[in-house]
Design a protein around this ligand. Sequence first.
Ligand SMILES: Cc1ncc(COP(=O)(O)OP(=O)(O)O)c(N)n1
Ligand SMILES: Cc1ncsc1CCOP(=O)(O)O
Ligand SMILES: [Mg+2]
Length: 240
Amino acid sequence: MSIREKLDISAYLVVGPENTKGRPVMTIIKDAIEVGFTCIQIRSKVASAKEMIKLTQQASEAIAGAGKSEEVTLLVNDRLDVVLAARKQGIKVDGIHVGQEDIPVEVCREYLGENSIVGLSARTHEMLEYIKTVDVSQIDYFGIGPLHETSTKPDCGLDLDGKVITRSFEEISKIAKLSPIPVVVGGGVKLIDIPQLAKTGVDGFFVVSAVAEADDPKQAADDLVRAWKLYAPKAHKDLQ
Ligand SMILES: Cc1ncc(COP(=O)(O)OP(=O)(O)O)c(N)n1
Ligand SMILES: Cc1ncsc1CCOP(=O)(O)O
Ligand SMILES: [Mg+2]
């Protein structure tokens, strides 16, 4: 099976050095992988290209060290240059996540090739219509949100008039039904949201602070994974 066919975005950690309260990014990534996170995105708005490549390499090694190279997907946020440079160095990195203001998905696909993951943040304005009608031929999943406003990304969900639009569970359910490709929801997601979020039928949740800022990141990650598996209709029930 190709990495695109077996993509699992059910428990998705987005993380960079600015999110960990000074703790090593790699410890948090290792903890998340160990308890069952299925996707890791390296995201930093402050790290240099060199630092991003190093983080990508360390994350890739952490995934391999856990024996999960075939099941945990490693993506880089925004930085096509970092993915290409990492691959050039022989690092296994599976693809990229981009937003509406980033490098177009067609360009990402052209440079990364068919056997890569390209994730896209859905447009905030008239999201439902956008999800129904946009050409998804180059995309593997949509990132949508926010569920709640979040200080991790204060501009998340900013509509054309400058107001932050959060998404209700009802709206998320509609999106899950209508989207031709998998959907992952993030932005303010906490453990308490997981039961309702899982029942909307989306394919997963993504978090930064619920894990990276937690007093005990490993416990927080474990709680999230267990809750998702308990409540998501599509999830494996192996932890019950
Ligand atoms: C899984 C996932 N979904 C959405 C985003 C947000 O991407 P974007 O809109 O490009 O914003 P930045 O993350 O680049 O600030 C994401 N990173 N991951
Ligand atoms: C919506 C979004 N997109 C990329 S980071 C982010 C914020 C998620 O952060 P948190 O899980 O800390 O609310
Ligand atoms: Mg982006």
